[in-house]
Design a protein around this ligand. Structure first.
Ligand code: NAD
Length: 370
C-alpha cells in the first residue's frame, strides 16, 4: 500500500461518534501493529455540522471528502434537528456526499456470524455460514427517472408517475463492480431484474451478459427475476455469492438480506464511485443503522457495524485483505466469547458497553494478530 492513505472520519450525530471511536481504535491498532500509515482527519457532518456552521456539510468538508482515499461515516440525524428546513436537515449532508462523490454502487454484505445464527428469524441451518454481497445501483433507475410527479387528469382522477430508466454505461459500471467483487470471492454473480415484464430489465440482462462475456469470462453469471430472487433469499440464501441489481430491486433485496442476519447493529456497507485513471475509486463506508437517538450517549450502541465498515474500507479501498480478515476474525471471536451489546443480547451471554466491546476487540487483535 502507498504510505499514508488519506482517511476522513465523519462521526456525525447520536451514536455515530460513539461507534466511530471504537473503529478508530481498531485502525490505530493496525497502524501500530502492522506498520501501516494512515493520514486520519476528522470532520463534522449532519446536525453537528449544522450546530457549528449552519449547514449539514460545509464546502471544506465536501472538498476533504473528494480528496480523501476513503471516508468513514457514522450516522446523522435526531429529534434536535427535525424542525429544520428540508435543505438544512442532517440527512442532506449525507445525500450531498453521495451525490458529489458520484457513489453509484452500494455494497451491502449479509454475513451471519456463527455465534449469532440463532438471532436470525430463519432457522440456523438455513442461515449459518451465510456470506453474500448485494451490489445495488444507487444513482439511477426509477428513483431519479423523468418524467415523474403527480398530475390531475381531465376526469378529476390523479395519476402518479415514475420512470424506470437505465443507460448502457450505468449498467456496465455497476456490473463491473459486481464481477470484480466476485473475483475476490467465490466467482459467481447473479443479476436480478424483471426482464419478463420490463424493457429496462431486458436491457439490463443483455448488458450484464455482454460485460461478462467480453471482460469477465472467468466469472459465472446467472440471471434471476427479482421476485424469484426475493423468494430464494429466504428459501436458500447460501446459493448466492454476489447479487447485482438495480436501485429499486436493490433497495428491497438488500434490506431483506440484511434481516437474515438478525441485527441492525451488525450491518456494514460501502458505496463506491467511478475509478479514476489510477484505478482509485471514491468510496464512503458506513454502518447501515442510523443515529439511534433513543440510546445515544449511554454507551449502549453496538460498534461492530462501524468496525466491519472499516474492514470493508481496508479490503476494497486499500486492498488490505489480510488486515480486513483480521478485523472480521476479531469481531467473530468476541461474539463467540459471548460478549453482547443490548441489541444482540441473548440469554446466558455477557452484556457489554460500546467501549467494553471495543476493549474486547483490541484484546482479540492482540491475541490473533500481533
Ligand atoms: P436507527 O437505525 O437509528 O435506529 C433503529 C433502532 O435500532 C433503534 O431502536 C436503535 O436504538 C437501534 N439501533 C440502531 N443502531 C444500533 C446500534 N449500533 N446498536 C444498538 N442499537 C441500534 O433508525 P431510526 O430510529 O429510524 O432513525 C433515527 C435517526 O437516524 C433519524 O434521524 C434518521 O433520519 C437517522 N438515520 C440516519 C441514517 C444515516 O445516517 N445513514 C440512516 C438511517 C436513519
Amino acid at each position: 500500500m502507498a504510505s499514508n492513505e488519506k482517511v476522513l472520519f465523519l462521526p456525525g450525530d447520536g451514536i455515530g461518534p460513539e461507534v466511530m471511536a471504537e473503529a478508530r481504535r481498531v485502525l490505530e491498532w493496525l497502524e501500530s501493529n502492522r506498520a501501516l500509515g494512515f493520514d486520519i482527519t476528522e470532520g463534522l457532518a449532519g446536525g453537528a455540522s449544522y450546530d457549528a456552521h449552519g449547514v449539514p456539510l460545509t464546502d471544506d468538508t465536501m472538498e476533504a471528502a473528494m480528496d480523501a482515499d476513503a471516508v468513514l461515516f457514522g450516522s446523522v440525524g435526531g429529534p434536535k434537528w427535525e424542525g429544520l428546513d428540508f435543505s438544512l436537515k442532517p440527512e442532506r449532508g449525507l445525500l450531498r456526499l453521495r451525490k458529489e462523490m458520484d457513489l453509484f454502487a452500494n455494497l451491502r454484505p449479509a454475513i451471519v456470524f456463527d455465534a449469532l445464527a440463532e438471532a436470525s428469524t430463519l432457522k440456523p441451518e438455513i442461515v449459518s455460514g451465510l456470506d453474500i454481497m448485494i451490489v445495488r445501483e444507487l444513482t439511477g433507475g426509477i428513483y431519479y427517472g423523468e418524467p415523474r410527479g403527480i398530475e390531475t387528469l381531465e376526469n378529476g382522477a390523479r395519476r402518479g408517475i415514475n420512470t424506470q430508466v437505465y443507460t448502457t454505461p450505468e449498467i456496465e459500471r455497476v456490473a463491473r463492480v459486481g464481477f470484480e467483487l466476485a473475483r475476490k470471492r467465490q466467482g459467481r454473480v447473479c443479476s436480478a431484474e424483471k426482464a419478463n415484464v420490463m424493457e429496462s430489465g431486458v436491457l439490463w440482462r443483455e448488458e450484464v451478459q455482454r460485460v461478462r462475456d467480453e471482460e469477465y469470462p472467468d466469472v459465472e453469471l446467472t440471471h434471476m427475476y427479482a421476485d424469484n430472487a426475493a423468494m430464494q433469499l429466504v428459501r436458500d440464501p447460501r446459493q448466492f455469492d454476489v447479487i447485482v441489481t438495480d436501485n429499486l430491486f436493490g433497495d428491497i433485496l438488500s434490506d431483506e438480506a440484511a434481516m437474515l442476519t438478525g441485527s441492525l447493529g451488525m450491518l456494514p456497507s460501502a458505496s463506491l464511485g467511478a475509478a479514476d485513471d489510477m484505478g482509485r475509486r471514491r468510496a464512503l463506508y458506513e454502518p447501515v443503522h442510523g443515529s439511534a437517538p433513543d440510546i445515544a450517549g449511554r454507551g449502549l450502541a453496538n460498534p461492530l457495524a462501524c468496525v466491519l465498515s472499516l474492514g470493508m474500507m481496508l479490503r476494497y479501498s486499500f486492498d488490505l485483505g489480510s488486515e480486513a480478515d483480521l478485523v472480521d476474525t476479531a469481531v467473530s471471536n468476541v461474539l463467540s466469547e459471548g460478549l453482547r451489546t443490548t441489541d444482540i443480547m441473548q440469554p446466558g451471554k455477557t452484556g457489554v458497553s460500546t467501549s467494553a466491546m471495543g476493549d474486547a476487540l483490541i484484546r482479540e487483535l492482540d491475541k490473533v494478530g500481533a
